[in-house]
Design a protein around this ligand. Structure first.
Ligand SMILES: Cc1cc2nc3c(=O)[nH]c(=O)nc-3n(C[C@H](O)[C@H](O)[C@H](O)COP(=O)(O)OP(=O)(O)OC[C@H]3O[C@@H](n4cnc5c(N)ncnc54)[C@H](O)[C@@H]3O)c2cc1C
Length: 450
């Protein structure tokens, strides 16, 4: 059996024609060979039934690239019917032959072309027009882990996608804990900080050509198939909406909170800029992972840290606790209630009660960080009547669909499982479901015939 490539194959491999994507493509065809790992995507732009432009992307060997390149040359300028007649054998013949093993494995380009043409024809039958300049197939509100994952994978599967974040890309964690090493993300454990993960998520979103808009969405209206989103500067339309707006700190109700939580008075939440706490004597009060992580994130920033909970323990993995215990000057108090925060113009002291002894103590502090709970950010959707559960999370099904047609919810706004990896997984599920809804047929990347 010969594995020698023809000169034409080598030429198309070294100088592939028509590589890339078409921004306003009319249709896309994707095929893959799971055995060999070759993947191909072909996009077409059609005018008067003629393929005016065609581009490909492929993940595969030299033959996969050469066949993709050749098929685009063969199809460009042909009518759709003529292009449908291009066969795998035609592609191989034009390339002056392919090694026999590659005929089966990598010669998928004609299939990808046919898939693109079929996609185009289906859309014509259903009367689906490609989105205009200000229209998107998917709009994602919130650029935390959940939203960025949804936007990246939506764009990756070929849906025209826009994502908004009015705060800081990377969401909650990147705001308060940019230098935290992520310890519970399988495959990334201890290798990345939150800041690095955010950079990587943003790079992925940009590479897949999702449109990133650094503005808050102030209003949403649903009018039939389209959702209209309004920011300070303009409006956007989208067919599918993904709510990834995360959560906000819950008020604790502790006396002194209202007075000092405004105007830099000394009470902060997990959405604060931690540089405000530089050199200060800080008390972190709250529960579980959030309180311990918040204390850990202030190591090297705050002058001293006392982390306090009214529960018997913080209930966090020992590894996390050990890391926090290493911070110089850090004190841990359990079974201790924060009764009141006092001061004249700014926070000066915290009044605590030791539950076991019933004893009251006052400690001098400059700032208090409250990690006593979070509430899902559902405000924008509430007026549209989206269903929420008794804890305030947006109700979703297994595909993250909400009670409103074409609206999804992911991450902290929809899930009490407060983990980056879960938020990103939910974003990925949404992208696949949106693809199926918008393009019809099977869910992309699903082996099941459903
Ligand atoms: C102190 C702390 C430590 C943590 N440590 C870990 C950890 O080590 N590992 C882990 O897996 N998880 C950790 N988590 C949990 C993790 O932060 C969350 O799971 C994650 O942030 C959820 O992502 P999200 O995208 O749903 O929400 P968020 O990260 O909250 O992002 C939501 C985004 O939406 C934006 N937004 C909201 N409304 C609008 C609007 N109207 N228009 C535009 N943008 C909007 C916000 O600006 C925000 O950026 C930690 C959490 C905290 C508080």
């Amino acid at each position: 059996m010969s594995f020698e490539y023809s000169e034409k194959v080598k030429d198309h491999f070294r100088n592939p024609r028509n590589v890339g994507t078409i921004k306003d493509a009319d249709a896309t065809g994707r095929v893959g060979n799971p055995v060999c790992g070759d993947m191909m995507e072909i996009q077409i732009k059609v005018e008067d039934n003629i393929i005016k432009d065609i581009k490909f992307k492929t993940f595969g060997c030299a033959s996969a690239i050469a066949t993709s390149s050749m098929v685009t040359e063969l199809a460009k300028g042909k009518t759709l019917e003529e292009a449908l007649e291009i066969t795998r054998q035609d592609v191989a013949d034009e390339l002056e032959g392919l090694p026999p093993i590659k005929m089966h494995c990598s010669n998928l380009a004609a299939d990808a072309l046919h898939a693109a043409i079929n996609d185009y024809m289906e859309k014509q039958e259903k009367g689906i027009t490609p989105p205009g300049e200000d229209e998107y197939e998917v709009a994602v509100i919130g650029g935390g882990a959940a939203g960025l994952a949804a936007a990246t994978i939506s764009s990756y599967v070929g849906l025209k996608t826009v994502i908004f974040d009015g705060g800081q890309w990377g969401g909650l964690l990147n705001k308060f804990c940019p230098d935290k090493l992520i310890e519970n993300y399988p495959g990334l454990t201890d290798k990345m900080t939150t800041r690095e993960l955010t950079r990587s998520l943003l790079d992925d979103a940009r590479e897949q050509e999702a449109k990133l808009v650094n503005e808050y969405v102030n209003d949403i209206e649903i009018d039939g198939e389209f959702k209209t989103l309004t920011t300070d500067s303009r409006t956007y339309k989208a067919r599918m909406l993904v709510l990834a707006s995360g959560s906000s700190p819950a008020k604790s109700g502790i006396p002194g909170e209202e007075k000092f939580a405004v105007d830099d008075g000394g009470i902060y939440y997990l959405t604060a800029d931690p540089s405000r706490l530089t050199g200060k004597r800080v008390l972190v009060y709250g529960h579980g992972y959030n309180a311990v992580s918040a204390a850990g994130c202030l190591g090297g920033i705050a002058g001293s840290i006392t982390v306090v909970t009214d529960e018997a323990s913080f209930m966090v993995p020992e590894r996390e606790m050990d890391r926090v215990k290493c911070i110089e000057g850090l004190k841990i108090l359990t079974s201790t209630t924060l009764l009141e925060i006092q001061g004249a113009a700014k926070v000066e002291k915290a009044v605590l009660e030791d539950q076991t002894e019933g004893e009251r103590v006052e400690i001098m502090v400059d700032a208090v960080v409250l990690a006593t709970g979070m509430v899902p950010n559902v405000g924008l959707m509430e007026k549209l009547g989206v269903e929420v559960d008794e804890s305030g999370f947006v109700k979703t099904d297994k595909y993250q669909r909400t009670s409103l047609d074409g609206v999804y919810a992911i991450g902290n706004v929809a899930s009490e499982i407060d983990l980056l990896v879960v938020a990103e997984a939910q974003g990925t599920i949404v992208a696949h479901d949106a693809y199926r809804k918008l393009r019809g047929g099977r869910r992309i990347f699903s082996g099941w015939s459903i």
